[in-house]
Design a protein around this ligand. Structure first.
Ligand code: PHE
Length: 347
């Protein structure tokens, strides 16, 4: 028996497993119900009394050594396995979700407006942001002394002289310049919607910015009337603000349209009863519009005797503010993700 005990002691000491499965196998071989050490314990019962003391001590020492070794090895092998897994990354962990970006609210609203007019047969036209006076003012019937040409409103890049010149280079102050470019290059019928960035030398506040976005529409054909314009704009208002939306027109003035009007939409917050946003009037101003002035048609080679048309233009920021209840225009330019993320769902 002593030989067997010594033999097992040696095995316990030499045992160098690589996996927890090997350790478990070893434990069962020694200490399982039919294990070798278990068998020795059983045999110990029949040992001669004078040998009991020595063998008993040896057996107990072996058992303790075996258990300690098994526990120690378990920990060691377990830690090694953990380290290995950590090095490879835990492949069973769920992946971290990719954070999706969202469209900027100005793009969202621009796309919606373009879509509405696309249904009415309009196609998108674009033009340069750096323009000449000719396309921004002169061909749009702005008299040379018109205040909108003044330094206060317009960012000039190159001036020809003291007096305004059609060749002055500037940042466009409205998207109406795209009207002119379209009329120069296309023959009626013309139906275009022109989105774009515009620039005005204004102090930045919650309601004004020196850079903003406009969208302009132009429709020219034979026999286009003010009634056509009114119906198209009512359709637009209902599509953007909801079926309950109503519009009204107030006489206004633009050099390039005659007659001209400002369009108001019924306040979608109070339903027209009057609230803080509509300043108690029940109406919100959304755009300018009018019948294209015959001078403008003529300036771009379109016969005003044969053709007539209407144009309208609106600020995209303003429509987006009214649609989403945004009170401060500057939020659109700061790109604070806490603001932008609110439009994730609007995609
Ligand atoms: N261009 C005008 C503006 O910037 C808007 C407008 C466009 C008005 C077309 C009438 C017709 O205010």
């Amino acid at each position: 028996m002593i030989d067997k005990i010594n033999e097992l002691s040696r095995q316990v000491e030499a045992f160098a497993p690589k996996t927890t499965a090997e350790i478990e196998e070893f434990r069962i071989r020694l200490l399982g119900k039919k294990g070798e050490l278990t068998a020795l314990m059983e045999a110990f019962k029949g040992v001669a009394p004078e040998l009991k003391r020595e063998l008993g001590q040896k057996l107990n020492a072996l058992k303790t050594a075996a258990l300690n070794r098994i526990n120690a090895l378990r920990e060691e092998v377990g830690r090694a396995a953990e380290l290995q897994a950590a090095a490879a990354g835990d492949l069973t962990r769920p992946g971290s979700a990719e954070e999706l970006g969202s469209r900027h609210p100005i793009s969202l609203v621009k796309n919606q407006i373009v879509e509405v007019f696309a249904r009415l047969g309009y196609t998108v036209a674009e033009g340069p942001e750096i323009e000449d006076d000719r396309h921004v003012f002169t061909k749009l019937n702005f008299a040379p002394e018109h205040p909108a040409r003044d330094m206060q409103d317009t960012f000039f890049i190159e001036r020809r002289g003291e007096e305004p010149s059609a060749d002055d280079i500037l940042l466009r102050t409205h998207t109406s310049s795209i009207q002119v470019r379209t009329m120069e290059h296309r023959k009626p019928p013309i139906r275009v919607i022109c989105p774009g960035r515009v620039f005005r030398n204004e102090a930045i506040s919650y309601r004004a910015h020196c850079i903003f976005h406009q969208i302009e529409g132009l429709y020219i054909d034979e026999g286009v009337s003010f009634a056509d314009m009114k119906q198209s704009l009512l359709y637009f208002a209902k599509e953007i603000f909801g079926e309950q939306a109503r519009i009204r027109m107030r006489p206004s003035y633009f050099p390039f349209t005659e007659p001209s009007a400002e369009v108001d939409v019924s306040c979608n917050l109070c339903g027209g009863k009057g609230c803080a946003v509509c300043k108690g009037t029940g109406w919100l101003e959304i755009m300018g519009c009018g019948m294209v002035d015959p001078n403008v048609l003529k300036a771009s080679g379109i016969d005003p005797e044969k053709y007539s048309g209407f144009a309208f233009g609106m600020g995209i920021e303003r429509i987006a503010m009214l649609k989403y209840g945004v009170r401060d225009l500057r939020l659109y330019f700061e790109n604070d993700v806490r603001f932008l993320h609110q439009f994730d769902k609007a995609l």
